[in-house]
Write a protein that binds this ligand. Structure first.
Ligand code: IMP
Length: 428
């Protein structure tokens, strides 16, 4: 009953889409378990880059079945648009894509509520997709679920309830669309969505019982988890491996492998502490070479050196078996490269990453400097052709974080992901 979890080990945008696409080849099912259209998973398909927000990237591989699990929050308009975009590329999702009837819906009120809050002094720098307010209504037992789309009366009541809650809390509520109008629009979108509805837990259990392989695809990253991230500068869901269990309806014994994905450097979008951030020339260089602009919002990402202490934390909080390092080629040609190996704070130096935002905001990074490899890794297709200094860099990240690096990626193409083993690697 093998299930594999793929999680981001940093602040999202680690290149999970590409790794999931690659691993999807060895799995029968791909399951999204949290987040919503705040995610943007870029995958290169037939030479074209496609950004998927809700539909698991496994949909691009023929024959794979995909699930949007109960832990996801679904914007009906965003889902229908994605189905249309896929159809335009010749990919038919219907018949291979199942949506949990228990996934909550994001309504226009959620987006409007978020806009008001994000325009205020306590902005988190969210994607403004209504993610947080939708999860708030879910936790308050006041939300609307995808399964309500088959019951117009219950849907109308639910939409009225969500509107009333938003109106009660907000100043800008006067211009909110009325519930009747939103119900009409939601029902119209529902015509495309209802055929996807399923008891996705049972689908996944039965698949596992038949010995089929299931890949659980995380969105965002460990350090954005609502409990284990840099709260309050986090997303509103459980991005860590534990979230895969609740967000899909599985027990821990189903999971046989947990894969973390991290970039060879670090990025963050939105507000919040980022100890290894580079605010000057080097940060700009990494942003330009790495094309570090949000796949969903187009926002420039904050860039910095890799933080191996934070990766060690990610290794422990997710129980990572292995880590894939992406975008190594972005560091090609640099004279010196730093690895964050701890923090200097008001109470001394520590190798331990504590996600407490107040503590982290005061923490100065402790760096270990490595000579750069000054050659081009982009285009390398065999691990033995990687420059020795690049291999040593990866080995050090692996050693410090305590997580074996199983693969490294040096470009966007499928063939640009090479095997790499830290322990006992013959090339080191
Ligand atoms: P939200 O998920 O839109 O509520 O945003 C909360 C925080 O998570 C903000 O800092 C966002 O920039 C960040 N975030 C949300 N989704 C992603 C993602 O897919 N990649 C990177 N950061 C994200």
């Amino acid at each position: 009953m093998p299930a594999t979890i793929v999680v981001g080990a940093q602040w999202g945008d680690e290149g999970k889409g590409k790794i999931v696409d690659l691993l999807a080849g060895e799995h029968d099912w791909v399951v999204r378990y949290q987040g919503g259209a705040n995610a943007g998973h870029s995958v290169v398909h037939d030479g074209r880059t496609i950004v998927l927000h809700l539909v698991p990237s496994g949909i691009l591989r023929e024959g794979k079945r995909c699930v949007i699990g109960n832990g996801v929050v679904v914007d009906p308009a965003a889902l229908v648009k994605e189905l249309d975009d896929l159809a335009a590329l010749g990919v038919r999702a219907e018949g291979r894509l199942y949506l949990s009837a228990h996934a909550h819906l994001i309504l226009p009120y959620h987006r409007l509520a978020e806009r008001e809050r994000e325009d205020g002094p306590e902005a988190v720098g969210t994607t403004r997709r209504g993610i947080g307010p939708a999860y708030e209504d879910k936790a308050a037992r006041a939300g609307v679920r995808a399964g309500d789309l088959v019951d117009p009366e219950a849907l109308a009541l639910g939409i009225e309830r969500v509107r009333a809650r938003a109106v009660a809390r907000l100043e800008s509520a006067a211009d909110f669309p009325d519930a009747e109008q939103v119900t009409k629009e939601t029902l119209a979108l529902g015509q495309r969505i209802v055929p996807l509805l399923a008891d996705t837990r049972a689908l996944v259990w039965d698949a596992l019982a038949r010995g089929e392989r299931v890949l659980l695809e995380g969105a965002q990253g460990t350090l954005l988890d609502v409990d284990h991230g840099t709260y309050p500068y986090v997303t509103s869901s459980h991005t860590v491996a534990g979230g895969a269990l609740t967000g899909a309806g599985l027990g821990p014994r189903h999971v046989t492998r947990v894969v973390g994905v991290a970039k060879a450097y670090a990025t963050r979008v939105g507000n919040g502490p980022f100890p290894t951030e580079l605010t000057e020339e080097m940060g700009t260089r990494i942003r330009e070479v790495g094309d570090e602009y949000g796949a969903t919002t187009g926002r420039p990402r904050r860039c910095g050196w890799i933080d191996a202490a934070a990766l060690r934390y990610a290794g422990r909080v997710n129980g990572l078996d292995e880590m894939v390092i992406t975008k190594l080629d972005v560091l090609d040609g640099l004279e010196r490269i730093a690895i964050g190996v701890g923090y200097r704070g008001p109470h001394g130096t520590s190798e331990h990453f504590d996600p407490d935002a107040r503590w982290l905001a005061q923490a100065e990074p402790v760096y270990e400097w490595h000579e750069g490899w000054r050659t081009v890794t982009r285009g390398v297709r065999r691990p033995e052709d990687l420059p020795e200094k690049a291999r040593r860099y990866l080995a050090r990240v692996s050693e410090f974080s305590g997580v074996p690096v199983s693969r490294v990626s040096v470009g966007p193409e499928r063939e640009a992901t090479l095997p790499f083993f830290h322990e006992g690697h013959p090339l080191l």
